[in-house]
Design a protein around this ligand. Structure first.
Ligand code: ZN
Length: 274
């Protein structure tokens, strides 16, 4: 599933669409996340609008226009957002096409867990998907004091704590394992055990794993590609995620895999102290 660095990579590679005027919008009429169909009437009403800004909060893309409407896109599990020439072959599972004349922005999603919606500008944060989000992990980076405050009295594990989108929007399963390894924290430790010093190290580790992934164009485990259809290379630079049995880059101990709340978690039993 795309996490903050992947969605940010998509956002950056979509930026050439800023200034483009929408000729028409097509949608497949198929249900996406929660079987909801994209709002066809509102999408079609975007014809004539010009893209003014492409923003992001957590894993949501917010495509603003010079009308009062903002197009909201969530990639879900397998969503791709491509900016292609009009004559580029249309992929199977294409669910939305924004026609700019010579180019098109296409949304492709085989598993259909993605979301397409229209929200009124200025009211984006009231959308049900965004209303529950905490500060964005990149644009409003968490401080140690913030994480320390949020973790007080929390019985949740550190893994669940960093995955909690109301704490930091954008951290997913890959970067949770990576950040906890970087901070030398055991994923099963209770969040309430964080000290201010450790919370500060964790905040810095989250920034570092995001920055690192962004410079590599994101992590492409299965489906992820940027708006030009290019995969990211960060999978080659992951420290622990997916590396069961391989040596810890810090002390050569074999990396372990465990399952926490149904999600694979990777850690070093030596340097990530409980
Ligand atoms: Zn280690």
């Amino acid at each position: 599933m795309p996490e903050l660095p992947e969605v940010e990579t998509v956002r950056r590679t979509l930026e050439p669409a800023i200034g483009a005027t929408i000729v028409a919008v097509w949608d497949s009429g198929k249900g996406l996340h929660m079987a909801r169909k994209p709002p066809r009437k509102k999408l079609r009403a975007l014809a004539g609008a010009t893209i003014t800004r492409i923003h992001r909060h957590g894993k949501y893309l917010l495509i603003e226009t010079d009308t009062a409407q903002t197009l909201l896109v969530h990639l879900g599990m397998t969503g791709r957002t491509l900016l292609v020439a009009k004559n580029h072959p249309v992929a199977k599972h294409t669910h939305m096409v924004i026609d700019f004349g010579e180019r098109e922005l296409r949304f492709i999603d085989p598993r259909r867990f993605g979301q397409i919606d229209i929200v009124e500008r200025g009211k984006e944060s009231e959308h049900e998907g965004l209303a529950v989000l905490g500060p964005d992990g990149l644009f409003e980076p968490a401080t140690g004091a913030y994480l320390f405050g949020k973790s007080r009295k929390k019985n949740a594990t550190l893994k669940a704590f960093v995955l909690d989108q109301s704490v930091i929007a954008g951290v997913g399963n890959i970067y949770a394992s990576e950040a906890l390894w970087r901070a030398k924290l055991r994923p099963t430790t209770r969040a309430k055990k964080l000290t201010l010093a450790k919370a500060t190290i964790l905040a810095a580790a989250i920034h570092e794993v995001f920055d690192r992934a962004l410079t590599k164009g994101g992590t492409s485990l299965r489906d992820f590609v940027n708006a030009y259809g290019v995969e990211g290379s960060n999978v080659d630079y992951l420290w622990v995620y997916g590396r069961t049995g391989e040596p810890c880059p810090r002390d050569q101990t074999k990396i372990r895999r465990s399952v926490l709340q149904g999600r694979a978690t990777f850690y070093c039993p030596t340097c990530q102290t409980p």
